[in-house]
Write a protein that binds this ligand. Structure first.
Ligand SMILES: Cc1cc2nc3c(=O)[nH]c(=O)nc-3n(C[C@H](O)[C@H](O)[C@H](O)COP(=O)(O)OP(=O)(O)OC[C@H]3O[C@@H](n4cnc5c(N)ncnc54)[C@H](O)[C@@H]3O)c2cc1C
Length: 377
C-alpha cells in the first residue's frame, strides 16, 4: 500500500486521516505540537451543512457532531459603538442546525478519538520536504528525524512548509489585526455581562475598530478587538503586548469613546492576551500538479476569517480521503483529481470570505451586516 504522510493535525488533516482509516488506508499525521494538550485549542467554529457538516458525515461522525453542536451559538446581536442594538436574532429551540457553533477543542477531541492509536506522530515539526525520484518525498523534522512517503499532504495551515513545493504564492497582509482577550467563567463571574452578550455572536462596530465576543463551551467569553493598520501595526501601535496588564489598559483607551458596555467587557478580561495579524492567499490560487504532493485547507487557500476556512478545510480533507479511497493504489492520480475539484470550490469560498472581510472593514460595516443578516422581507 502506498505510504501517505499528512503534515498537520488541524481539522483538515485529521478528517483526511479519519476518512482514509474508515476505508482501510493507514496514514501518518505528523504534528509539530508535542501532544494533544500542548496548546489550548481556542475559539468556536460555525459548521455549515454543505461543507463542514458534510465532511463529518462522510467521516462517520454525525452523532458526535450533534453531541457537540451548540444551536444557540447561531444567535446574533449587532450593535453600533454607542451601544444601540441594530439587530437581534435569537435562535428558536427547534431551529435547523444551519450554522451551529462547535468548540475547536471539542472538534479536535472527536476527530482524534476516531483514529487508531499512533495515527498522529506528535512532536514532529516539518522543517523541509525533499523531493525524491518517482514523486516520493523525504520529510525532515526538527531534531533530525526523517520519514519517506509516496504521497505528501500539506495540511499545515497558513504558514505551510509544504506549500513551496507547489507554488511561490505567499499569504499577503490584510491590514487587520485581531487582539484576543477573554473572561473566564462568564456566567458566574459576571452575570450582568453574560446577559448583555447573550448566547451567540455579539458584534459592535465603530470607525476603524470593532469588538466581538463569543461564549465558548467551557464558559469562557472570548473577546476579539479588531484594528485596522499597516503590516507593522503590532510593533508600532504603542500597545505593549508583552505586558498584558498595561496592554489591556491601552486597549481600553482605544475604546474610551465607545459606550460603557464595551469598556466594561475589556475591564473584566483576565491577563490572557494574544495578537494576530490577518493575511490571505490570492483568491483563486491554483498550481500545476506536482507529482506526489498536494495541499488542503489553509495551506492551499488561506482566507480572511469569515466563517469559511475550517469548513473548507474539513471538506477538502473528506473529499481527498474519498478520492484516494476510490483508487488507493494510484494516490498521485487521485490527488490530481482532488485538486481539479478543490480549486473552483476553494475559489468560491475565498471570494465570499473576501467580500465579507471588505464589509467588516468598511466604515459602515454595521449597516451592511444588518442587510446581510436580516432575512429578506
Ligand atoms: C480568529 C479566527 C477565527 C476563525 N473562525 C472561523 C469560523 O468561525 N469558521 C471557520 O470555518 N473558520 C474560521 N477560521 C479559520 C479556521 O481557523 C482555519 O481555516 C482552519 O483552522 C484551517 O484548518 P487547517 O486544518 O487547514 O489548518 P490549521 O487549523 O491551521 O491546522 C494546521 C496544523 O498544522 C500544524 N503545523 C503547522 N506547521 C507545521 C509543521 N511545520 N510541521 C508539523 N505540523 C505543523 C499546526 O500545529 C496545526 O495543528 C478562523 C480563523 C481565525 C484566525
Amino acid at each position: 500500500m502506498p505510504r501517505i504522510a499528512i503534515v498537520g493535525a488541524g481539522p483538515g488533516g485529521l478528517v483526511l486521516a479519519r476518512v482514509l482509516h474508515m476505508h482501510g488506508i493507514e496514514a501518518v499525521v505528523y504534528e509539530r505540537e508535542a501532544s494533544p494538550a500542548a496548546r489550548i485549542q481556542g475559539g468556536m467554529l460555525d459548521l455549515h451543512p454543505d461543507s463542514g457538516q458534510r465532511a463529518l458525515r462522510e467521516a462517520g461522525l454525525e452523532a458526535e457532531f450533534l453531541a457537540i453542536a451548540r444551536r444557540e451559538g447561531q444567535d446574533h446581536r449587532l450593535l453600533d459603538h454607542t451601544g444601540a442594538v441594530l439587530l437581534r436574532q435569537d435562535t428558536p429551540d427547534d431551529a435547523p442546525l444551519d450554522r451551529p457553533e462547535v468548540d475547536r477543542a471539542d472538534l479536535r477531541t472527536i476527530l482524534l478519538g476516531s483514529l487508531p492509536p499512533g495515527a498522529v506522530a506528535w512532536g514532529h515539526g516539518l522543517q523541509r520536504a525533499e523531493p525524491l525520484p518517482g514523486g516520493r518525498h523525504r520529510l525532515h523534522f526538527t531534531g533530525g528525524r526523517t520519514a519517506e512517503c509516496d504521497l505528501l499532504v500539506g495540511a499545515d495551515g497558513a504558514n505551510s512548509r509544504v506549500r513551496p513545493l507547489v507554488t511561490d504564492a505567499r499569504p499577503a497582509p490584510l491590514g487587520a489585526h485581531v487582539v484576543e482577550l477573554g473572561i473566564p467563567d462568564l456566567a458566574h463571574a459576571r452575570p450582568d455581562l453574560a446577559a448583555r452578550v447573550g448566547r451567540g455572536n455579539y458584534w459592535a462596530f465603530g470607525p476603524g475598530r470593532s469588538l466581538s465576543a463569543q461564549l465558548n463551551g467551557d464558559g469562557r467569553l472570548r473577546v476579539y478587538l479588531t484594528f485596522q493598520g499597516a503590516e507593522d501595526w503590532p510593533a508600532t501601535c504603542g500597545i505593549p503586548f508583552d505586558d498584558p496588564v498595561r496592554a489591556r489598559a491601552r486597549l481600553r483607551e482605544q475604546f474610551a469613546d465607545w459606550a460603557a458596555e464595551f469598556t466594561d467587557l475589556i475591564d473584566a478580561c483576565d491577563d490572557t492576551l494574544a495578537v494576530r495579524s490577518l493575511s490571505a492567499l490570492p483568491v483563486g490560487l491554483t498550481w500545476a500538479h506536482v507529482p506526489g504532493v498536494t495541499l488542503l485547507g489553509d495551506a492551499a487557500h488561506l482566507m480572511p476569517p469569515a466563517g469559511e476556512g475550517a469548513n473548507a478545510a474539513l471538506l477538502d480533507g473528506a473529499e481527498l480521503g474519498l478520492t484516494l479511497a476510490a483508487d488507493p493504489y494510484a494516490p498521485d492520480a487521485a490527488a490530481h483529481r482532488y485538486e481539479r475539484a478543490m480549486f473552483p470550490r476553494a475559489e468560491a469560498a475565498a471570494r465570499l470570505s473576501a467580500r465579507i472581510h471588505d464589509i467588516l472593514m468598511s466604515p459602515d460595516a454595521a449597516r451592511q451586516l444588518v442587510a446581510v443578516l436580516q432575512p429578506a422581507r
